[in-house]
Ligand binder design. Structure first.
Ligand code: PXP
Length: 400
C-alpha cells in the first residue's frame, strides 16, 4: 500500500511536506477499506488543473481536486497490474487553489490538502456528491469523520524518543559510589526533550537498583517505562511501584544485554497471567519481541497493549543487504501489529545512523534508545546527545 506523490508546482513557494501527506494518504487508504492499494497523487498549479478540467471534463475553470479512477463502476474497485499492485487511480490537486481556500477557511495549507486528498480518495472509491443530495451528505459525513480520526491518530504524531538510562548506573556501580546518578540523568534527558525514561530493573541489580526505581517513580515528569523479566519478585515490585508501563523482556543472568525477543508463543499462559495482573493494577504491558508474525499474533492473543520490536538484528547487520532484509521484517511486523490494534514501539541497538529509518515508520510510536546516547554523552554531554537524537527522530517523522 502506498501513495506516490509527484510535485509539479512551485515547491519553493509552497514548501509542501510530501512525507506528511504520504503518511496521511497511507492512513486514509488503510481506514477507507482499501489497504493493499496504491494511489497516485499529482500536485499541480491552477494552469495545469484548468487544462485537465477542460480536456477531460469540458469545464474551462481551474478546480481544487480531480479524481481519475482506473476502473469506473462498482464491480471492481481497482486494477491489478502485471506485478500484482492494486491501483486505485489518480488524484490531481491544485496547490494554488488549495492555498486560497485554506486562507479563506483559516486553516493550514496541509490541512486543506489533506481534506482534498480525502475527497479525491473517496471519489476513487465510487463516492459521488453530484449524483444525489443523499450521496452528497453521506460523502460529506464520511469526510468529516475521517479527518477527525486522522487528526487524532498516530499518523499525525511525531515518533517519540524514550531514553534508557541504565548505563549511567553501570558507570556509577563500577566504582560502587553514588555518581553518576541515573535519577539526575533522567531529569536532564527530560529537559532535553525525551518523551519518556526507560530503566531495566534486573534480578542481579547490575545497574539500576531499588533506590533508583523508587526515586525515578517520584521524579520522572514524562513517562516511566520499567523493563523487567516476568519473575515473581520483580512483578511484586512493579505492582507496588506502578510505573506508567512495563516492558517484559527475556532475562538471562549471563547476558551482557537483552539478547533477543520474548518467545511469547511458547509461554502464553504465564504471560497472559502477568499481563492480567498488571492490567488490574492499571499498568499497560509491552512485550519485547523479535519482528516475526508468529510473535506479533501471540502478543495480541495474550492481551498485551504494546509490542516493542527488537531492532538489534537490523542494527548489527553485517552488510546493507542483510540490513535491508531486517528492516523489511521490522516494517511488516509493525504494520501487522498496528493492524491488529496493538501499539508499537521499537528499540535495541539503535544509534545515530540506524535510527532515522525506524523513526520514519508511521506505525511505530516510540523508540527506546540507551547505549548510543549515553556513549555519545561522554564526549558531548547528555543534553546535547539527547537533542541530537531527538532531532534525528523528529526529522525522520517529519511532522510540523
Ligand atoms: N529495548 C529493550 C527491551 C532493551 O532491553 C534495551 C537495552 O536495555 C533497549 C531497548 C535499549 O537498547 P540500547 O541500549 O542498545 O539502545
Amino acid at each position: 500500500m502506498s501513495a506516490h506523490f509527484t510535485v509539479n508546482c512551485d515547491s519553493d513557494h509552497f514548501r509542501i511536506n510530501v512525507k506528511l501527506l504520504q503518511r496521511r494518504a497511507r492512513w486514509l487508504l488503510r481506514h477507507t477499506g482499501t489497504p493493499g492499494h496504491d494511489v497516485s497523487v499529482l500536485l499541480v498549479d491552477d494552469e495545469e488543473i484548468r487544462w485537465l478540467n477542460s480536456n477531460y471534463r469540458n469545464k474551462s475553470e481551474a478546480t481544487n481536486v480531480l479524481s481519475f479512477p482506473l476502473n469506473e463502476g462498482n464491480e471492481a474497485l481497482s486494477v491489478v497490474d502485471s506485478i500484482g499492485v492494486k491501483e486505485l487511480g489518480d488524484i490531481i490537486i491544485s496547490v494554488e487553489t488549495a492555498e486560497r481556500e485554506a486562507e479563506k477557511l483559516g486553516v493550514s495549507l496541509h490541512h486543506r490538502l489533506t481534506w482534498l486528498l480525502t475527497h479525491g480518495l473517496l471519489h476513487l472509491q465510487g463516492y459521488d456528491h453530484e449524483r444525489s443530495e443523499k450521496e452528497a451528505l453521506e460523502m460529506w459525513d464520511l469526510e468529516q469523520k475521517l479527518i477527525r480520526q486522522l487528526h487524532n491518530s498516530r499518523s499525525n504524531q511525531m515518533t517519540q524518543l524514550a531514553i534508557n538510562v541504565d548505563h549511567v548506573a553501570t558507570v556509577r556501580n563500577a566504582r560502587g559510589i553514588t555518581e553518576p546518578d541515573p535519577v539526575a540523568a533522567a531529569a536532564i534527558c527530560e529537559l532535553a526533550g525525551a518523551a519518556g525514561i526507560v530503566v531495566h530493573l534486573r534480578e542481579d541489580r547490575r545497574h539500576i537498583n531499588d533506590r533508583d526505581v523508587r526515586l525515578l517513580r517520584e521524579t520522572i515528569k514524562t513517562r516511566m517505562n520499567l523493563e523487567m523479566g516476568a519473575n515473581k519478585k520483580i512483578i511484586e515490585i512493579a505492582l507496588d511501584l506502578k510505573p506508567d508501563m512495563v516492558t517484559l523482556v527475556p532475562e538471562k543472568r549471563q547476558e551482557l544485554t537483552t539478547e533477543g525477543g520474548l518467545n511469547v508463543s511458547g509461554q502464553k499462559k504465564k504471560l497472559a497471567r502477568t499481563i492480567s495482573r498488571m492490567r488490574k493494577a492499571g499498568i499497560p504491558v509491552s512485550l519485547f519481541i523479535d519482528p516475526e508474525a508468529k510473535q506479533v499474533k501471540a502478543a495480541h492473543a495474550v492481551g498485551a497493549t504494546y509490542v516493542e520490536l527488537h531492532t538489534g538484528r537490523y542494527c548489527d547487520a553485517a552488510n546493507e543487504t542483510v540490513r535491508e532484509e531486517e528492516y523489511q521484517l521490522i516494517a511488516s511486523a509493525a504494520e501487522e501489529a498496528y493492524q491488529m490494534g496493538l501499539r508499537v514501539n521499537a528499540g535495541h541497538g539503535l544509534d545515530y545512523q540506524t535510527t532515522a529509518r525506524i523513526a520514519a515508520l508511521d506505525t511505530i510510536e516510540e523508540l527506546s534508545i540507551g547505549h548510543a546516547i549515553i556513549a555519545r554523552a561522554v564526549f558531548v554531554g547528555l543534553d546535547q546527545a539527547v537533542r541530537e537524537m531527538r532531532k534525528i527522530v523528529r526529522d525522520a517523522s517529519m511532522i510540523f
